[in-house]
Design a protein around this ligand. Structure first.
Ligand code: ARG
Length: 605
């Protein structure tokens, strides 16, 4: 039988399930929905069905008897024995299936051949398992259009140091970027910088003041974000007791917004200084963006948004401000203040309108901490009310805080001044100490490279392997531990697999050796590898990656026992090649998975 699944994205695993379903359908002849699932424990088979229980209810018959009848009927059907090796009936009426070794071996050839594409959803796949023919796949692109996703992440504020929340957003956003792209989406990464608003009037005033008191261009000394931050903080604290200072700042904001040349020039300077520092961090993290459309980009569109919202009757005047009532039990969503200033919310409405028109996305993701939930809830409602959304799927990808080892909030704000760059460098220094101890004979250059990949990998993995919405702790020991569920463990596992392949001079593989993969742990590894596409699919559905991390960790652990349990380099001909190929497929899957998390791998460690 040939199943043609057309343009459906489908994995081999799903396909095997479909085949079992079809076999059951033939055996039952009753028109009921058949469910085939993967049991948690292999003890209950590779697949299992409750169809006899369902049928028992309908026909008022004993489900155990029915299950046995179905089992014996299946055994007589063509195509069944090649697919399934063992069938068992389990009380109160489950039927469990074990795939035949031959079927699993065929899966392996498919996985091995896919190489770095293993895990991508398949658009089109034809299989002829039941005729005992090898899997034939057609991975050609479907004629369907690619789905488009815009990811709004990182988004720090100009003239303010990047915070740990921005760090989380950057790491999570980049992982989502990779995962969606790998899954065949067209991805637009946008850094919505906080680069507009009244804080710039304050800064410009403070900056000009400093110019006159210093009576020199401050550019003689390099200004950093920290200096700008200080200017801002000092000025605002003086502003509290002196209203004249506030008027001056308001005046400068107004001039900036009206395009005053001098103010624009100073603002651009703030922009340059800030971006230079942000880019240092992006470089360490290996992060790039397709666009930097900050808040200022949308400024010219804001008056029209207000006019339109009023015209449509969506927005109303309320105590001189202009607001949208999104819900009865929630505060109004303010889009223009009494002093006519626009807000963060107005810009976000304009940004959705713009993005929908420019990128025609199916989905827009906002990667921000839990704290902004209300803002996004109201924003999404408002754009629907304004009919700007064009049915785009708007998602707030929420995350928790990063806590320090003593469970306190780790922040760059008042009190605890942690610069992100220092934090990243500290991680690398700590990783270097470990590398020094483990690999004293390596050259300094090699050690530095390893330390950088291990340190940054550890930081990312610590974030991406945990539940997205819970607060995560920042524990150096755990992050950099080579034994536990950590990036160093996975990187080391990968490097060891690669070193076996190097020693064996493993290059090409002939699938005629596949028949030698018969040991339980080998078959388990193949079935684990086969799960990878489903793992990726799930990550796309939940907008997160901790299931990828979990999967990689368990794959690495099983691979570890595999080469301790069975000889590889010293195995006899045929087995040796087959086991090397298995190691090849495992290492490739580890690499693909780690890369999706934004973690680079090392061939040697
Ligand atoms: N700059 C903002 C902050 O630091 C985040 C911007 C998020 N993106 C957005 N479209 N609102 O909190």
């Amino acid at each position: 039988i040939t199943f043609n699944f057309g343009f459906l994205s489908i994995t081999i695993k799903t396909m095997l399930r479909e085949q079992i379903k079809n076999q059951l359908k033939k055996a039952i002849k009753e028109n009921i929905e058949i469910e085939v699932f993967v049991p948690q424990n292999d003890k209950f088979g590779h697949y299992s069905t409750n169809v006899a229980l369902k049928l028992g209810k309908i026909l008022k018959k004993n489900p155990m008897e029915l299950a046995n009848e179905i089992k014996s009927q299946l055994g007589k059907q063509t195509g069944f024995t090649g697919l399934i090796d063992k069938t068992s009936v389990e009380s109160p009426g489950f039927i469990n299936f074990w795939l035949s070794t031959e079927t699993i071996q065929k899966e392996f050839v498919e996985i091995f051949k896919a190489k770095k594409n293993w895990g991508r959803p398949r658009k089109k796949l034809l299989i002829e398992v039941s005729r005992g023919k090898p899997f034939g796949s057609d991975q050609s692109k479907s004629s369907g259009k690619k789905k488009i996703i815009v990811i709004d992440y990182s988004h720090p504020n100009i003239a303010k140091p990047m915070s740990v929340a921005h760090l989380r957003s950057t790491i999570i956003g980049q992982a989502l970027y990779n995962i969606f792209r790998f899954s065949g989406w067209k991805v637009v990464g946008d850094n919505h910088l906080g680069d507009w608003g009244k804080q710039f009037g304050i800064l410009i005033t403070a900056y000009k003041e400093k110019l006159t008191t210093n009576n020199q261009r401050p550019t003689t000394k390099k200004i950093t974000i920290k200096d700008l931050m200080k200017l801002y903080v000092d000025y605002t604290s003086r502003m509290e007791s002196d209203p004249k200072l506030e008027d001056a700042a308001r005046e400068e904001t107004k001039k900036l917004q009206e395009g005053n040349k001098e103010n624009i020039k100073i603002w651009k300077e703030f922009y340059r200084i800030s971006l230079e520092e942000f880019k240092k961090i992006y470089k360490i993290l290996g992060v790039k963006f397709d666009y930097y459309l900050g808040e200022s980009f949308y400024a010219p569109m804001l008056p029209e948004i207000i006019r339109d919202a009023l015209k449509k009757g969506v927005a109303k005047k309320s105590q001189k401000a202009i607001v949208i009532f999104t819900d009865k039990d929630k505060p109004p969503f303010i889009i223009q203040k009494a002093d006519e200033a626009y807000l963060y919310s107005t810009t976000d409405i304009a940004a959705i309108k713009y993005r929908v028109k420019k990128f025609k996305p199916d989905t827009i993701l906002y990667v921000l901490d839990n704290g902004q939930s209300l803002h996004f809830e109201q924003l999404f409602k408002s754009v629907k009310m304004l009919s700007y959304d064009n049915n785009v799927n708007l998602i707030h990808v929420k995350f928790g805080l990063i806590l320090s080892e003593d469970m306190k909030k780790l922040s760059t704000r008042a009190g605890r001044h942690i610069s992100l760059e220092d934090l990243l460098n500290e991680t690398i220094i700590r990783a270097k100490k470990i590398v020094n101890k483990k690999q004293p004979s390596l050259s300094e250059k090699e050690k530095n490279k390893i330390a950088e990949i291990v340190g940054i990998g550890a930081l990312k993995y610590n974030d991406l392997s945990q539940n997205r919405q819970s607060d995560i702790t920042f524990k150096w020991e755990k992050m950099l531990n080579f034994e536990g569920n950590s990036a160093p463990y996975l990187l080391y596992a990968y490097a060891r697999l690669k070193s076996i392949l190097r020693k064996a001079r493993f290059k090409k593989y002939d699938s005629k050796f596949t028949k030698h993969l018969t040991q339980e742990i080998e078959l388990k590894l193949i079935r684990d590898l086969d799960e990878f596409p489903d793992i990726i699919k799930r990550a796309v559905e939940i907008y997160y990656s901790h299931n990828i991390a979990e999967y990689l960790f368990s794959l690495a652990a099983v691979a570890n026992s595999f080469y301790h349990e069975l000889p590889v380099l010293k195995a006899k001909k045929g087995e040796r090649e087959a086991r090397l190929a298995l190691i090849g497929a495992i290492s490739q899957t580890l690499k693909t998975g780690l890369n999706l998390l934004g973690i680079e791998v090392l061939e040697k460690m």
